[in-house]
Design a protein around this ligand. Structure first.
Ligand SMILES: Nc1ncnc2c1ncn2[C@@H]1O[C@H](COP(=O)(O)OP(=O)(O)OP(=O)(O)O)[C@@H](O)[C@H]1O
Ligand SMILES: [Mg+2]
Length: 267
């Protein structure tokens, strides 16, 4: 069924980067989403929450166009779900970074090779890859551990590698599906703070979580889903002072270490 006819596409606000217009997603025997509508502004930082099965992952998959709506229209950076074809998918994927709960790193490759791989697959020249990998590993505070294999890192560090890999192509949008699901509360907050920093630098970030503590302290927009529908969409007031946190301290320590490498002490 062509649902376009039911929609008035109309011009979107020029700052809208993602738009869901009465989006439904049905699997064979299951409605995952029912008539979900929301817009996301360029540079926004948003949290999706709700019980298991509410449709959080489905929304993220629709944004990356890993899934297509069975009703309504998804638009991402001017690309419309109803008009997507295979040729346009690589272009979209270059503009979106994706982070998963279980990290999904290549276990037999070093930290830096995991991150470099994301650049190789989109054809970035080798010299630029080295620069970009070093920049993004410094950003996540892991330059010093670049030669390690994933199993030689903590869970929080592995997730930071995954975030570095998602960010190395400088995507406009970072999607993170339960990025803190396998981490202890302190490490989880560090990961959220790291996402804040990429958001401060201009990336639109959308993440999903079950974690009430994170939702409570998240002073930005929170969409609550239940049974495939939006039941609340509000800006929240945060209660955590994110100016002082572990990730920032590590980041600064890594920057200092990088600076001292550039200016070697003379004997
Ligand atoms: N491939 C699939 N085939 C059939 N049903 C599916 C499929 N993927 C998801 N669903 C169903 O769609 C609904 C929404 O699933 P979704 O994964 O989006 O939920 P979620 O909010 O991410 O849940 P969780 O918190 O457990 O990750 C659920 O009822 C789920 O069972
Ligand atoms: Mg999910």
């Amino acid at each position: 069924m062509n649902t376009d006819m039911n929609l008035a596409p109309g011009p979107l606000d020029s700052r809208t980067i993602i738009s869901f217009n009465r989006v439904s997603l049905a699997y064979k025997d299951q409605d995952a989403l029912s008539e979900v509508s929301f817009n996301v502004t360029n540079g926004e930082f948003m949290c999706l929450t709700g019980p298991s099965g509410a449709g959080k992952s489905s929304i993220l998959r629709l944004i990356s166009m890993d899934a297509f709506p069975t009703g309504g229209q998804v638009r991402v950076r001017g690309m419309m779900s109803s008009k997507m074809n295979r040729r346009k998918i690589p272009q979209l994927r270059r503009e979106i970074g994706f982070v998963f709960q279980d990290f999904r790193l290549l276990e037999d490759r070093s930290v830096e090779d995991n991150v470099a791989f994301a650049q190789l697959v989109v054809g970035v020249p080798h010299k630029r890859i080295a620069e970009n990998v070093s920049r993004v590993l410094n950003n996540v505070g892991l330059w010093g551990k670049r030669h390690r294999l994933p199993h030689q890192l903590s869970g929080g560090e592995q997730q930071r590698v995954a975030i570095a890999r998602a960010m190395v192509n400088s995507p406009k949008i970072l999607l993170a599906d339960e990025p803190t699901g396998n981490l202890d509360p302190r490490t989880a907050q560090d990961i959220i703070n790291l996402l804040f920093r990429f958001n401060d630098a201009g990336t639109c970030v959308i993440f999903s979580t079950h974690d009430h503590e994170i939702v409570k302290s998240f002073g930005r927009r929170v969409i609550v889903l239940e049974d495939g529908r939006i039941v609340s969409d509000k800006q929240r007031q945060g209660i955590v002072d994110r100016s002082v946190n572990l990730a920032d301290r590590m980041y600064r320590a890594d920057l200092d270490a990088a600076a001292s490498r550039e200016e070697p002490a003379h004997a």
